[in-house]
Design a protein around this ligand. Structure first.
Ligand code: AMP
Ligand code: MG
Length: 405
């Protein structure tokens, strides 16, 4: 049986980066740039004042102090957004606001706090360093130079830069559209009344929400009954998406038809089991060139398999760097003893938190793969190798699934 790492590597070999699309700037939040971005102008575009104060010639005020103030004549007021009209000559100054262009002749700004007086005549009470409080043209970005490269994930900071260089539309990698289908005669949709022997379909919702959380667009298909024709019809409609993900019907039960239907559709089966718990049965294949993930039906197993295999595929397809394909990992102190007595890698859902700067992992008490409620608040998984035990306080590997507080 493949280890989770081997299985993930095989999945990723079959995933191509999707093409680019143009989106409006705010829609690029969280997306990956598909082309390099050059600065269209210098930033700052011109030398400007970093303070509200007075633009001066440094030599005029080099000796200024509280005991020996230097008097200057104010020749002009320069609010931000205006252009200076006058040159600052010897013994002169211009009143200047933060962000306004520095007038010709001046080389230093004296903050208003270091002056006294108002109107046409002011006194400088402190000597500044030459060039103090001037923000120079181009010191942040230079016109024509690359400022963001393809492959960069956009967040608010990158969007600020893209705004400054006037990119109201940018080219980003497309997000995969993922068809999600659940199989099972026992399933009813959320709004239906379950009769005896029936359970409510929770996997479709969970997997669609994971698609959202990790940057894909889910397409939720109706429940497919446990018969070949129904499963075939639903799988065929799923193949219009970039990837197809199903849950249920992939183990060795009498009514587990997903693999058979995939074979009939000419799928190239790549693997169908992974040495992990929960989530051993997992079909990965391509059908008509579309990657297909047949996840187990048990709710926790389906979510776990999604995060271990579909998540990396989503991240690769949408252009994220390789380090961001699998879930991020860390080391944490475990709060109570755990024991993986089986022969497969175990992923235990857990709550991760910080105490005094130390990352702690508190595994959920019940780890049964039908225990949906154990996913509430689970922002991480403890990763235990076969036969690995850990005592309370030991350091263990964890995967990070959600924000840690
Ligand atoms: P299966 O893999 O089809 O044998 O299903 C394994 C277990 O998961 C069974 O107990 C199913 O009832 C349950 N199950 C399968 N699909 C879903 C679903 N969409 N929502 C909730 N539970 C499910
Ligand atoms: Mg089933």
């Amino acid at each position: 049986m493949l280890t989770p790492e081997e299985a993930r590597a095989i999945v990723l070999e079959h995933i191509q980066v999707l093409g680019p699309e143009r989106v409006s700037l705010l829609d690029a939040d969280g997306r990956v740039l598909a082309s390099d971005i050059l600065a269209n102008r210098d930033n700052p575009p011109y030398d400007n004042s970093a303070m509200d104060g007075y633009a001066v010639r440094h030599q005029d005020v080099a000796q200024a102090s509280g005991d020996a103030p230097v008097a200057l004549v104010v020749v002009e007021d320069i609010p931000a957004g205006t252009v200076p009209q006058k040159q600052v000559g010897p013994g002169q100054t211009s009143r200047i606001m933060t962000g306004a262009p520095v007038p010709a002749g001046a080389d230093t700004i004296v903050p208003v706090e270091d002056t006294r007086g108002e109107g046409q005549r002011i006194e400088v009470l402190e000597a500044e360093e030459p060039g103090e409080h001037i923000r120079h043209a181009g010191e942040d970005m230079r016109a024509g130079q690359p400022i963001l490269s393809a492959g960069t994930e956009c967040g608010p900071g990158e969007l600020a830069v893209l705004s400054a260089v006037q990119r109201s539309f940018v080219s980003v990698y497309r997000r995969p559209r993922i068809a999600i289908l659940s199989t099972g005669d026992e399933l009813v949709e959320i709004e239906e009344t379950p009769s005896e022997g029936q359970i409510v379909n929770s996997n479709t919702t969970a997997l669609a929400a994971f698609c959202h959380a990790h940057g894909a667009e889910p397409i939720m298909l109706p429940i497919a009954r446990d018969d070949e024709a129904a499963i075939r019809a639903t799988i065929k409609s799923a193949l219009k998406a970039d990837f197809a993900v199903s849950s249920g019907g992939v183990s060795v039960g009498e009514y587990d038809f997903v693999k058979k239907v995939l074979d009939d559709l000419g799928a190239e089966t790549i693997f169908w089991r992974v040495a992990m718990k929960p989530g051993k049965p997992l079909v990965f294949c391509t059908v008509d060139g579309i990657p297909y993930f047949g996840l187990p039906g048990n709710p926790v197993a389906s979510m776990m398999s999604f995060l271990q295999f579909v998540r990396p595929a989503i991240r690769k397809a949408s252009g994220y760097p390789a380090a961001d394909w699998p879930l991020p990992e860390a080391r944490a102190q475990i709060e109570h003893p755990v024991d993986n007595d089986g022969g497969r890698r175990q992923y235990m859902r857990a709550t991760l938190s910080y105490r005094d700067g130390q990352l702690l992992a508190s595994p959920a008490k019940s780890q049964g793969s039908h225990m949906i409620s154990s996913m509430i608040g689970a922002n991480g998984f403890v990763v235990l190798e076969p036969k690995q035990q850990a005592a309370a306080g030991d350091t263990v590997a964890v995967q990070i699934v959600g924000p840690i507080f």
